[in-house]
Structures are given as C-alpha cells and as structure tokens.
Design a protein around this ligand. Structure first.
Ligand code: 5GP
Ligand code: ZN
Length: 115
C-alpha cells in the first residue's frame, strides 16, 4: 500500500519545515496555518488515529507530550500558552489519516469550537 502523506514527509519524499526530529517523532510546520504558529507533531510509526492506539504505542504518546513541552519553550510560546488538538475520525474533520497533534499558538485561541 502507498505511504500516507505524513509517512512521505517522515521519509523526506515530501519536503517540510522541520521544527524537531528524533528517532520516534517529527514536528513540522503546518502548510496551511490556522494560527500564527501552527506545528504538527507526529509519531514515526503509522498509526491512523487515537482509536487505533495500542498499549504498545504508549511510549510514543508520552514522548510526544514531553517533546511538545520542549518545542513550546524552543519556539517561545510556552509562557503565553498554546492549544493542542488531535482530530479523530469523520465528525472531527480529520483529513490526514496518520495520528498528529496540532500545536496552535501566537494569538488568543478564543472558544474551543467553531460554531
Ligand atoms: P487534520 O484535519 O487531519 O487534523 O489536519 C491535517 C493537517 O495537515 C492540516 O492542518 C493541513 O494543513 C496539514 N497538511 C496537509 N498536507 C500537508 C503537507 O503536505 N505538509 C504540511 N506541512 N502540512 C500538511
Ligand atoms: Zn503514515
């Protein structure tokens, strides 16, 4: 089966503006930012979405959240604050079926949901 778009980004087959990378995860800037700062954080393992997570994947999730802390400091928005979103499935509007966490920052975020 063909790799998904984020797996292609991980392999370097599609270019991205990397913010952080290690052997487990990649963080890069969203191509269509919804806020002044919009970073996507993904596991290097192809997991489609939250409801596909297995017990053995837990180290990815812990690692992602600990590195989001570092990224927020590195990018200078830890103090002012930021929002983390992960869409899961049809009604959430998930478009890319590779688990990802949106980090949104750089302005007040407003209400949780668009009407
Ligand atoms: P979702 O709607 O699945 O939660 O979010 C997918 C996100 O991936 C969107 O915000 C979209 O702008 C971003 N995106 C889709 N394709 C690409 C790409 O090729 N490069 C980058 N950097 N972001 C992408
Ligand atoms: Zn993938």
């Amino acid at each position: 089966m063909e790799d998904c778009i984020f797996c292609k980004i991980i392999k370097g087959e599609i270019p991205s503006q990397k913010v952080y990378e290690d052997d487990k995860i990649l963080a890069f800037r969203d191509i269509n930012p919804a806020a002044p700062i919009h970073i996507l954080v993904i596991p290097k393992k192809h997991i489609e979405k939250i409801t596909d997570l297995q017990e053995e994947d837990s180290s990815y999730i812990t690692h992602i959240f600990l590195k989001m802390k570092e990224i927020a400091k590195q990018e200078g928005f830890a103090e002012k604050g930021f929002r983390v979103i992960s869409n899961c499935g049809k009604e959430s509007g998930q478009e890319v079926m590779h688990l990802h966490f949106h980090m949104l920052a750089g302005k007040p975020m407003g209400p949780l949901l668009a009407k």
